[in-house]
Design a protein around this ligand. Structure first.
Ligand code: MN
Length: 129
Protein backbone atom coordinates (compact mmCIF):
# COMPACT_ATOMS: atom_id res chain seq x y z
CA UNK A 1 0.00 0.00 0.00
CA UNK A 2 1.16 3.48 -0.83
CA UNK A 3 1.86 5.75 2.09
CA UNK A 4 -0.40 8.73 2.18
CA UNK A 5 0.31 12.35 2.92
CA UNK A 6 -2.23 15.03 3.66
CA UNK A 7 -1.12 18.42 2.38
CA UNK A 8 -2.83 21.47 3.88
CA UNK A 9 -1.82 24.41 1.68
CA UNK A 10 -3.77 27.32 0.20
CA UNK A 11 -1.33 28.21 -2.59
CA UNK A 12 -2.04 26.37 -5.81
CA UNK A 13 1.54 26.44 -7.12
CA UNK A 14 2.89 25.04 -3.87
CA UNK A 15 0.23 22.33 -3.86
CA UNK A 16 1.16 21.41 -7.40
CA UNK A 17 4.91 21.24 -6.72
CA UNK A 18 4.65 19.29 -3.46
CA UNK A 19 2.09 16.88 -4.94
CA UNK A 20 4.30 16.34 -7.97
CA UNK A 21 7.44 15.65 -5.93
CA UNK A 22 5.73 13.26 -3.53
CA UNK A 23 3.75 11.43 -6.22
CA UNK A 24 6.99 10.90 -8.17
CA UNK A 25 8.44 9.29 -5.06
CA UNK A 26 5.54 6.87 -4.74
CA UNK A 27 3.35 8.60 -2.19
CA UNK A 28 -0.35 9.13 -2.40
CA UNK A 29 -1.15 12.81 -1.78
CA UNK A 30 -4.46 14.31 -0.74
CA UNK A 31 -4.68 18.06 -0.37
CA UNK A 32 -6.85 20.51 1.49
CA UNK A 33 -6.96 24.24 0.73
CA UNK A 34 -7.75 25.42 4.25
CA UNK A 35 -7.18 24.44 7.87
CA UNK A 36 -10.81 23.56 8.66
CA UNK A 37 -11.02 21.40 5.50
CA UNK A 38 -7.77 19.69 6.41
CA UNK A 39 -8.95 18.93 9.92
CA UNK A 40 -12.16 17.56 8.48
CA UNK A 41 -10.24 15.28 6.09
CA UNK A 42 -7.67 13.82 8.50
CA UNK A 43 -10.05 11.22 9.92
CA UNK A 44 -11.06 9.81 6.55
CA UNK A 45 -7.64 10.03 4.83
CA UNK A 46 -5.80 8.69 7.89
CA UNK A 47 -2.47 9.95 6.49
CA UNK A 48 0.99 8.73 7.48
CA UNK A 49 2.08 12.35 7.69
CA UNK A 50 0.57 15.84 7.51
CA UNK A 51 2.33 18.68 5.68
CA UNK A 52 0.99 21.91 7.06
CA UNK A 53 1.37 25.38 5.59
CA UNK A 54 1.51 28.00 8.34
CA UNK A 55 0.20 30.99 6.37
CA UNK A 56 -3.40 29.97 5.77
CA UNK A 57 -6.57 32.08 5.62
CA UNK A 58 -9.15 31.98 8.44
CA UNK A 59 -7.16 29.55 10.60
CA UNK A 60 -3.35 29.58 10.57
CA UNK A 61 -1.18 26.48 10.69
CA UNK A 62 -0.38 26.88 14.38
CA UNK A 63 -4.10 26.77 15.22
CA UNK A 64 -4.55 23.75 12.93
CA UNK A 65 -1.69 21.89 14.65
CA UNK A 66 -3.11 22.67 18.09
CA UNK A 67 -6.55 21.43 17.05
CA UNK A 68 -5.13 18.18 15.64
CA UNK A 69 -3.12 17.56 18.77
CA UNK A 70 -6.23 17.84 20.93
CA UNK A 71 -7.76 14.83 19.20
CA UNK A 72 -6.48 11.61 20.79
CA UNK A 73 -6.96 9.62 17.57
CA UNK A 74 -4.95 12.05 15.46
CA UNK A 75 -2.27 12.90 17.99
CA UNK A 76 0.24 10.36 16.71
CA UNK A 77 0.29 11.45 13.06
CA UNK A 78 3.51 13.40 12.41
CA UNK A 79 2.98 17.03 11.36
CA UNK A 80 5.63 18.93 9.41
CA UNK A 81 5.14 22.69 9.16
CA UNK A 82 6.03 24.31 5.84
CA UNK A 83 6.43 28.05 6.09
CA UNK A 84 7.97 31.03 4.42
CA UNK A 85 8.22 32.91 7.70
CA UNK A 86 11.97 32.84 8.06
CA UNK A 87 11.79 34.47 11.45
CA UNK A 88 13.68 33.57 14.57
CA UNK A 89 11.36 31.66 16.87
CA UNK A 90 9.10 30.19 14.20
CA UNK A 91 10.57 26.74 14.57
CA UNK A 92 9.90 26.92 18.31
CA UNK A 93 6.38 28.21 17.69
CA UNK A 94 5.65 25.35 15.30
CA UNK A 95 7.00 22.76 17.75
CA UNK A 96 5.07 24.36 20.62
CA UNK A 97 1.86 24.12 18.55
CA UNK A 98 2.44 20.37 18.16
CA UNK A 99 4.41 20.08 14.92
CA UNK A 100 7.17 17.46 14.76
CA UNK A 101 9.28 19.31 12.24
CA UNK A 102 9.66 22.40 10.14
CA UNK A 103 10.66 23.02 6.52
CA UNK A 104 11.25 26.47 5.08
CA UNK A 105 9.90 27.75 1.78
CA UNK A 106 10.89 27.99 -0.92
CA UNK A 107 11.26 24.24 -0.81
CA UNK A 108 14.25 22.62 -2.49
CA UNK A 109 12.93 20.06 -4.99
CA UNK A 110 16.21 18.11 -4.73
CA UNK A 111 15.98 17.50 -1.00
CA UNK A 112 12.31 17.99 -0.12
CA UNK A 113 11.24 14.34 -0.14
CA UNK A 114 14.19 13.13 1.92
CA UNK A 115 13.61 15.97 4.39
CA UNK A 116 10.02 14.98 5.05
CA UNK A 117 10.89 11.26 5.13
CA UNK A 118 12.85 11.89 8.31
CA UNK A 119 9.49 12.43 10.00
CA UNK A 120 7.72 9.37 8.67
CA UNK A 121 7.47 6.45 11.06
CA UNK A 122 10.36 4.11 10.29
CA UNK A 123 8.86 1.29 8.29
CA UNK A 124 10.15 -0.20 5.06
CA UNK A 125 9.28 1.71 1.95
CA UNK A 126 7.32 -0.11 -0.69
CA UNK A 127 9.59 -2.00 -3.08
CA UNK A 128 12.61 -2.20 -0.80
CA UNK A 129 13.81 -5.70 0.09
MN1 MN B 1 -0.18 29.73 2.47
Amino acid sequence: MKRSILLIEDNEQNRYLVTYLLTQSGYSVVSATSGPLGIQMVGTVNPDLILLDIQLPEMDGYAVARALRQDSHLRRIPIVAVTSYAMVGDREKAIAAGCDGYIEKPIDPQTFVSEIERFLPAIRKEGTP
